[in-house]
Design a binder for this molecule. Structure first.
Ligand code: AMP
Length: 276
């Protein structure tokens, strides 16, 4: 496995790679969710590139950035065992040298929901992913369903800018108790984690209501909200949207998704389920 720290080193390490080149961008603190992205990519691609970069540009709150776990040595071990060929782990200066001034902004999809609550977040994501995709010249890039809006933003970006990369979704990996794996979970107290379990429960309640004849997007939202409210978490949104356009759905003619964001112990958690 080759470890590179600048775009030039990465280009040199890749040389003339065997195609398809698969790419998995991460911010490190790797867990089984990331490993499932590596496994999907390893399965389908000749060359596997991963990046580990805590992207300051996508954090709207400096304290969130400061608290972000940094575990490079164990991350590299996981990359090795998942048979990653090349890891790209630049520092902030290598990614954003003095004079850097371009921002990639995806429009409405980047401004609603997570984008509304975290101004500038998706501009940061879109900018770094554009840079990463052009640096590794990936044919296929893999993203987790857990960050469903991020996936939609990246799909839009790849299409709008003709990036020539296929975007694949990998299902959310959950802990034994149903909580979606996230590098933020280690910041939860025992009590906070117990409360956070109302998130997967709310998605279950949403699915059950969805299957009831006569259910509507708003009855599904209400069912999910009731499960969350019981936990005392701070709810940011519980919403049913069209899974592609993210327009709030009037009915269930197309695939819908339910998206949830809530905070406990000062930790913002998101999760979602496809209703189909
Ligand atoms: P992050 O390091 O948090 O930026 O995440 C890097 C990639 O891993 C993103 O595409 C995430 O959606 C994905 N990811 C994070 N957690 C999970 C999970 N529990 N299951 C599947 N994919 C995940």
């Amino acid at each position: 496995m080759i470890i590179t720290r600048s775009a030039d080193d990465l280009a040199q390490a890749l040389g003339a790679p065997s195609h398809p080149v698969g790419f998995v961008p991460t911010m490190g603190a790797l867990h089984a969710g990331h490993a499932s992205l590596f496994a999907a990519a390893r399965d389908e691609c000749e060359t596997l590139v991963a990046s580990i970069f805590v992207n300051a540009m996508q954090f709207d709150r400096p304290e969130d950035l400061a608290k972000y776990p940094r575990t490079l040595e164990s991350d590299l071990q996981i990359c090795r065992s998942e048979k990653v060929d090349v890891v790209y782990c630049p520092d902030q200066t290598a990614m954003y040298p003095t004079g850097f001034s371009t921002v990639v902004s995806v429009g409405r999809l980047g401004r609603i929901l997570e984008g509304a609550d975290r101004p500038g977040h998706f501009d940061g994501v879109a900018t770094v992913v554009t840079k990463l995709l052009s640096s590794c010249r990936a044919d296929v890039a893999y993203f987790g369903q857990k960050d469903f809006q991020q996936l939609a933003v990246i799909r839009r970006l790849a299409l709008d800018l003709n990036l020539g990369v296929d975007i694949r979704m990998v299902p959310t990996v959950r802990d034994h108790d149903g909580l979606a794996l996230s590098s933020r979970n280690i910041r939860l107290s025992d009590e906070g984690r117990r409360r956070a379990l109302s998130i997967p429960r709310s998605l279950e309640a949403a699915r059950t209501e969805y299957e009831r004849p006569g259910s509507t997007p708003s009855s599904v939202e209400e069912a999910a909200k009731a499960a969350l409210e019981a936990s005392g978490m701070l709810i940011h949104y519980v919403v049913v949207v069209d899974a592609e356009t993210f327009v709030e759905a009037d009915g269930f003619d197309r695939t819908s998704a339910i998206l949830v964001a809530a905070t406990v112990d000062g930790v913002r958690l998101i999760d979602n389920a496809l209703l189909d």
